[in-house]
Design a protein around this ligand. Structure first.
Ligand code: PHE
Length: 489
C-alpha cells in the first residue's frame, strides 16, 4: 500500500522532493519506504535520485519531550491556580521533571517558588519546545532562531541523512501488475499467459549458496583432465583395485626384485592376504626368464628370480601396474589393434608425510600403443596434452625408470612461480616389458605419468598438500573453491 501512496502521489504531483517528509506524512518508517522505492526504481517505474543532507535529529531527551511535553510546561501544568506547596508538587511530577522543570519554569518566569510554596506567574503557556521538537521529528523546517534553545539544551543534534527525491520513471504506471515469475501449466490452461507480464531475469542477482554436495578440488581437476583425455581419443583403464601383486606392480615392469622401491620402507605390503593366488603362468615364466637371463637382445639382470617375491601383495605404488595388465590383455587378442589408454586413480607409498608428500596420492597416466611409435611421437603427444592443461612451455630431462628407455622427466615453466617445475615422468616401455607379454615386435608404447595433486595445488594456490587432502582439510575451503578451468589461468 506504500507503493500505491507513492504512485498515487506522483500521478497528481510532479515530484516527491524528500522521501523522509513523505514517509512522515503517510506515517511509515523511512526504511520501509526505501525498500519500496528501490523496487520501483529497479523496474524504472520511478526515477529516484539519492541525496544526502545534514539535518537536525532529536536526541533521546528531546524525543521524550516531543512526546510528553517540556518539563517546564509539565511542571507549570502541575501547579494549580491557587498555588501548591513544594512537597505536594514534588509528589505530583516525576523527579527529573521536578528538577529540570522547576529551574526552566523559574527562568522562563512561568512560576515563582517562594517560602509559601509554588505559584503560577502566568495564566497559560504554550509548549513551544514541544512544538519545535515535533516539527523537527517530522522533518519540517524550523527557524534557526527557534533552534537556539533546543541546541543549548542539547535536545537535538546535527547529522547527515540519506534520502530520495522521486519522479515518474519511464515505465511509470499508477498500479503495477504483479510480474509473473513462472509460466505454469495453469497459465496455459487458462490462456491468461497472453496478458501476463513476466519478471525479467536479473543475471546480476546474488544467488543463495547451494547447500548440496561440493566437489573436492582434486575431483574437479580430475574431471577436467579426464575430459582432455577423452577429447584426445583415450579410453579409461579399470583402476578399481588398490591391492596389487608385486608381479604386476614390479616384475611385469622389468623392475628387478632387489630394487629399493620393493623394500617395505617404500611400499606397503599386505599382511592378509599376504600373497596373490593366481598369475598367468606362461607369462610369469617369460618374465622370470627375461629378468634372469634376458631375451630379445637383452642380457637381463642375471639374478635368481623368486616366485615368492612376485606373489607378495601390496598397495599399488603406481598406476603403471594397471597399464601393464591392460597391455598384457591387449597382447592376448588374436590381432593387434592400436590403443590409447588413460587412468586417474589412487596410489600408495610408504613415505614420511610433509608439505608436499602424503602416503597416498593420485596418479594420472596416459599411454599409446601402436606400431612404429618413436620418441618424436611421445614429445608431440606430451606437448599437446600439457598445452591443453595450460602448460605450453615444456622442457625434457633424461631420466631413468626400470621399465622405460629412453625416459624423460617433464618440466613446465610456471608463469606465476617464475620457474621451471617438474610436472611428470615419461618414456617408451622397454622391449623387456612388452615382448614377454606377446605384443608384436614392431609395436611400441609411449607413456607418461604425473600426480593429480601437483597441478591441483598449483591451480588452487595451495602450498601444503595436507590442506588439500586428508583430515586437516577445511571444509569451508572445499565449499568455496572456484570451478576448475584448465588452460585458462
Ligand atoms: N610410473 C611412473 C611414476 O610412478 C610414471 C610413469 C608412467 C613413467 C609411465 C613413465 C611411463 O612416477
Amino acid at each position: 500500500m506504500v507503493e500505491d501512496s507513492i504512485l498515487g502521489f506522483l500521478q497528481n504531483n510532479e515530484a516527491i522532493p524528500d522521501s523522509h517528509q513523505f514517509a512522515a506524512s503517510i506515517g511509515i518508517d523511512h526504511n520501509e519506504l526505501e525498500n519500496v522505492i528501490k523496487s520501483l526504481r529497479g523496474f524504472e517505474i520511478v526515477d529516484a535520485q539519492e541525496f544526502q543532507k545534514d539535518r537536525w535529529f532529536l536526541k533521546e531527551e528531546g524525543k521524550t519531550y516531543a512526546r510528553e511535553g517540556s518539563p517546564e510546561v509539565q511542571l507549570f501544568n502541575a501547579v494549580p491556580p491557587e498555588g501548591i506547596s513544594r512537597e505536594e508538587l514534588q509528589k505530583k511530577v516525576n523527579p527529573a521533571v521536578f528538577k529540570i522543570g522547576s529551574s526552566w519554569a523559574v527562568k522562563k518566569k512561568l512560576v515563582e517558588i517562594g517560602r509559601q510554596g509554588v505559584s503560577r506567574k502566568v495564566e497559560h503557556v504554550d509548549d513551544k519546545v514541544q512544538d519545535f521538537l515535533q516539527q523537527i521529528e517530522n522533518g519540517d523546517v524550523v527557524d534557526e532562531k527557534d533552534l537556539a534553545e533546543l541546541k543549548s539544551r542539547k535536545l537535538i543534534e546535527f547529522r547527515p541523512l540519506k534520502g530520495y527525491s522521486l519522479r515518474k520513471g519511464p515505465k511509470y504506471v499508477l498500479k503495477r501488475k504483479k510480474a509473473a515469475t513462472d509460466l505454469t501449466r495453469e497459465h496455459l490452461l487458462r490462456g491468461d499467459w497472453k496478458d501476463l507480464e513476466f519478471k525479467e531475469y536479473n543475471l546480476a542477482a546474488q544467488v543463495q549458496p547451494i547447500q548440496i554436495g561440493y566437489l573436492q578440488p582434486l575431483l574437479k581437476v580430475r574431471d577436467a583432465i579426464q575430459s582432455i583425455f577423452l577429447q584426445m581419443g583415450f579410453e579409461e583403464m579399470p583402476t578399481n583395485n588398490y591391492v596389487e601383486s608385486s608381479f604386476w606392480n614390479f616384475d611385469a615392469l622389468f623392475q628387478p626384485q632387489q630394487h629399493p622401491a620393493r623394500d617395505s620402507h617404500d611400499t606397503f605390503f599386505l599382511k592378509v592376504p599376504s600373497s596373490t593366488r593366481d598369475l598367468p603362468e606362461d607369462y610369469v615364466a617369460k618374465v622370470k626368464h627375461v629378468h634372469e637371463s634376458g631375451n630379445y637382445g637383452s642380457l637381463g639382470y642375471r639374478y635368481k628370480w623368486k616366485r615368492e617375491e612376485a606373489n607378495k601383495n601390496l598397495l599399488r605404488t603406481h598406476t603403471t601396474a594397471v597399464s601393464a595388465r591392460m597391455l598384457y590383455r591387449l597382447a592376448q587378442q588374436k590381432s593387434f589393434s592400436p590403443k590409447r589408454y588413460y587412468s586417474i586413480d589412487r596410489v600408495f607409498r610408504n613415505e614420511a608425510v610433509d608439505r608436499t608428500h602424503l602416503a597416498e596420492f593420485h596418479q594420472i597416466e596416459g599411454l599409446i600403443c601402436d606400431r612404429g611409435l618413436t620418441l618424436g611421437d611421445l614429445l608431440g603427444v606430451l606437448e599437446d596434452f600439457f598445452a591443453r592443461l595450460g602448460m605450453a612451455k615444456l622442457r625434457f630431462k633424461p631420466a631413468y625408470n626400470p621399465y622405460t628407455e629412453p625416459s624423460m622427466e617433464i618440466f613446465s615453466y610456471h608463469e606465476g612461480l617464475k620457474k621451471w617445475v617438474e610436472v611428470g615422468n615419461s618414456g617408451m616401455f622397454r622391449p623387456e616389458m612388452l615382448l614377454p607379454m606377446g605384443l608384436p615386435e614392431d609395436v611400441s608404447v609411449i607413456a607418461w605419468g604425473l600426480s593429480l595433486e601437483r597441478p591441483t595445488m598449483i591451480l588452487y594456490g595451495i602450498d601444503n598438500i595436507r590442506d588439500l587432502f586428508g583430515p586437516k582439510v577445511d571444509f569451508n575451503v572445499i565449499k568455496s573453491n572456484p570451478i576448475c578451468r584448465l588452460g585458462l589461468q
